[in-house]
Design a protein. Structure first.
Lengths: 110, 113
């Protein structure tokens, strides 16, 4: 049962434009959400997070939006850079467990 | 401050053999998580451990898989009598606190022939 879903397996964006990665979840008990970035042959690295009591968190070029009524969060990267090309996982926490989505592979075209 | 260290990075086993994957958490981290990533799939939770205790193993297959995090030494994920379906990347992550930020290792890729 996939409680965190990333329905777009891949996304291509032109350098300088905005990348929007989406994530949906089903469990209303999730109280913290995170985005991780993964390069090939490396482990995921933390990117940005948001508490369930907030609707937006911004860190440089990265902004995460949370819509609790829709059980939806998104990651905006602007402007996108070729070095952003990676797989992005959203994750949600409740209790002891982190639940990860299946990932979206972002390609930023120079 | 070294990150999460996993070894081996690559492991090849024949069906029926045992696989042991090791994870040394970041210094000061007492919470360890193991995740498995199958081809074309996301990260699937397997087990959450603290020193000498298994806190949550709800993601572990009921048979052949076990995990430990002893008082001294790395956390070990052990897979007995491996089958081809066990081929995957196994990631370990550590955290300084429960449900804190996870720091991942580079993963151990298991291939079962």
């Amino acid at each position: 049962d996939q409680q965190v879903k990333q329905n777009s397996p891949s996304l291509s964006v032109q350098e300088g434009r905005i990348s929007i990665l989406n994530c949906d979840y089903t469990n209303s008990m999730f109280d913290y959400f995170l985005w991780y970035k993964k390069y090939p042959a490396e482990g995921p690295t933390f990117l940005i997070s948001i508490s369930s009591i907030k609707d937006k968190n911004e860190d440089g070029r990265f902004t995460v939006f949370l819509n609790k009524s829709a059980k939806h969060l998104s990651l905006h990267i602007v402007p996108s850079q070729p070095g952003d090309s990676a797989v992005y996982f959203c994750a949600a926490i409740t209790g002891n467990q982190f639940y990860f989505g299946t990932g979206t592979s972002l390609t930023v075209i120079p | 401050n070294a990150g999460v260290m996993q070894n081996p990075r690559h492991l090849v086993r024949r069906r029926g053999q045992e696989a042991r994957l090791r994870c040394s958490p970041m210094k000061g981290h007492s919470h360890v998580y193991w995740y498995r990533q199958l081809p074309e799939e996301g990260l699937k939770f397997m087990v959450y451990l603290q020193k000498e205790n298994i806190i949550d193993e709800s993601g572990m297959p009921k048979e052949r898989f076990s995990a430990e995090f002893p008082k001294e030494g790395p956390s070990i994920l052990r897979i007995q009598q491996v089958v081809r379906g066990d081929s995957a990347a196994y990631f370990c992550a550590s955290s300084p606190m429960r449900a804190g930020e996870l720091f991942f290792g580079e993963g151990s890729r298991l291939t079962v022939l």
